[in-house]
Write a protein that binds this ligand. Structure first.
Ligand code: AMP
Ligand code: MG
Length: 451
């Protein structure tokens, strides 16, 4: 954010504030090598290339017999061709013995095609024959039991028939995972299945979380006359973990500069990449978070044209051991505000630190089924519930938009109403320019993670 904008009296747009946060990030955190099997959720730091062809060798697509296609050129249902069965290849066996003219080798699905063979005839197109030359069983329906002396082939097959060629699924050297993407279970399977034993990934981002407030109590603790249970500590740490990072618990600080500062120093000593503090960022007499931040680095009190989440403090502090600066976020104390502010500003920052290329959630299109009002001049992120069909899938109107209603009604839009946040599927975006929207108004939609 340019000094001029930051210093001016006007509120920052969401984009300006987010750009300011992202500009403060020099680049992603460092990298390490991990066993592929241990890399779930990690962001790959360089493209992952297949280490082997898949399949690595020609293999059989069917249970049947590996043969020479030319041998069964004349075969038909009524005039089958007889081939001598000279052996068997199971999956995992190295087929040394070549298949000669007039010969067949029983082969299992996935087993390597032996030298000399250029096709596989599926067992369904064959009849087993005993040493006496008589059929040793019915027209082949399976390929179990002892191998027959010979087999009748009832149809011609083309060269290459029922053979999966080496490299036909994947060629060695093919890029299978792009840099800057996180690995899910399928990505792990893909990399492992392509013979990649280790991956070059970013280490996990470390984020410390602190709740503040003389009234805040650990959940389960007696509340007394004026206490409330801590929603934000556990909630924000969960958001951190859901964003793919590690959360450090800084506990609940009192509205006391020394208490807050002491915990911030603990986080810096623990070499975290970012610190998220909830509460105490307004301009009340006991709001000490900005003062504590100021003692550490370069901090701004940002007034963002957003609802909820207008007062929001952001800055950076030098990392004690050297290296990139540590990000400091002061989020509003109201639980819904802290959640939404995390979504808008902290999550994209965590994703950039993690090395991800996609920082924002994809935007969908929705239409309001009821009117909504909000503060003029600020962009509202309202909590909404999508209308769903009997199968639980969100429905869409003819224009492809998801009808949404307010989660918890108008009352549910209060920045302290966590029950409405929990019930919400998504955040709907009401632009700065509106102070109310009628039913039927189109809105942009951010789907939220579901557990
Ligand atoms: P503050 O931003 O500190 O002025 O707090 C705004 C409101 O959010 C107050 O009603 C606080 O009691 C409430 N609040 C602050 N922190 C938390 C928290 N960790 N859990 C639940 N509510 C909180
Ligand atoms: Mg407070």
């Amino acid at each position: 954010v340019s000094a001029a904008v930051a210093a001016s009296d006007r509120l920052l747009t969401v984009e300006e504030a987010r750009a300011g946060v992202l500009e403060a990030i020099a680049g992603p955190v460092g990298t390490e090598t991990l066993a592929t099997a241990d890399a779930l959720g990690r962001v790959v730091a360089e493209p992952v290339l297949a280490a082997t062809d898949l399949p690595p060798w020609d293999n059989s697509a069917m249970d049947g017999y590996a043969i020479r296609a030319a041998d069964v050129h004349e075969a038909s249902e009524d005039r089958p061709t007889s081939l001598r069965v000279v052996g068997e290849i199971r999956a995992g066996c190295d087929p040394r013995r070549p298949v000669g003219e007039g010969e067949a080798v029983r082969i299992a699905t996935g087993a390597p095609v032996p030298p000399g063979a250029d096709a596989v005839v599926p067992v369904e197109l064959t009849t087993p024959v005993g040493v006496d030359g008589a059929p040793a069983g019915p027209r082949g329906r399976d390929a179990t039991g002892p191998i027959p002396a010979a087999c009748l082939v009832h149809a011609r097959v083309e060269p290459g028939g029922s053979i999966r060629r080496a490299g036909s699924d994947l060629a060695a050297g093919t890029r299978i995972v792009d840099a800057g993407t996180a690995l899910g279970p399928a990505g792990i399977a893909l990399a492992a299945g392509a013979g990649v034993a280790t991956l070059w990934v970013h280490r996990r981002v470390r984020v410390a979380v602190m709740a503040t407030g003389d009234e805040i109590r650990a959940p389960g603790e007696a509340l007394g006359a004026a206490g409330i249970p801590d929603a934000n500590g556990p909630g924000l740490r969960s958001l951190v973990v859901a964003a793919g990072a590690e959360a450090m618990d800084l506990g609940i600080a009192r509205d006391d500069l020394h208490d807050v500062s002491g915990r911030l120093h603990r986080a810096l000593e623990a070499d975290v990449d970012a610190i998220v503090v909830s509460g105490g960022v307004s301009v009340g007499p006991y709001d000490v978070v900005k003062t504590a931040f100021d003692a550490l680095g370069e901090i701004g009190l940002w007034r963002v044209a957003v609802q909820p989440g207008k007062p929001f403090t952001f800055g950076t502090a030098p990392r004690p051991g050297g290296g990139p600066a540590v990000l400091l976020f002061g989020l509003p104390g109201n639980p819904v505000s802290s959640f939404v502010t995390f979504e808008l500003f902290v999550r994209p920052a965590v994703r950039r630190l993690a090395g991800l290329h996609e920082l924002l959630r994809p935007t969908d299109r929705a239409v309001l089924t009821e009117p909504v009002s909000k503060s003029a001049g600020r962009r509202a992120f309202i909590r909404v519930v999508a209308e769903r069909d009997a199968d639980g899938a969100p429905i869409r109107d003819d224009a492809g938009r998801v009808p949404v209603r307010l989660s918890g009604g108008q009352r549910g839009q209060g920045s302290h109403v966590l029950s409405a946040l929990v019930a919400a599927d998504a955040l709907a975006v009401v632009p700065e320019s509106e102070d109310s929207l009628p039913a039927g108004a189109p809105v942009a939609l951010w789907w939220l993670d579901r557990a």
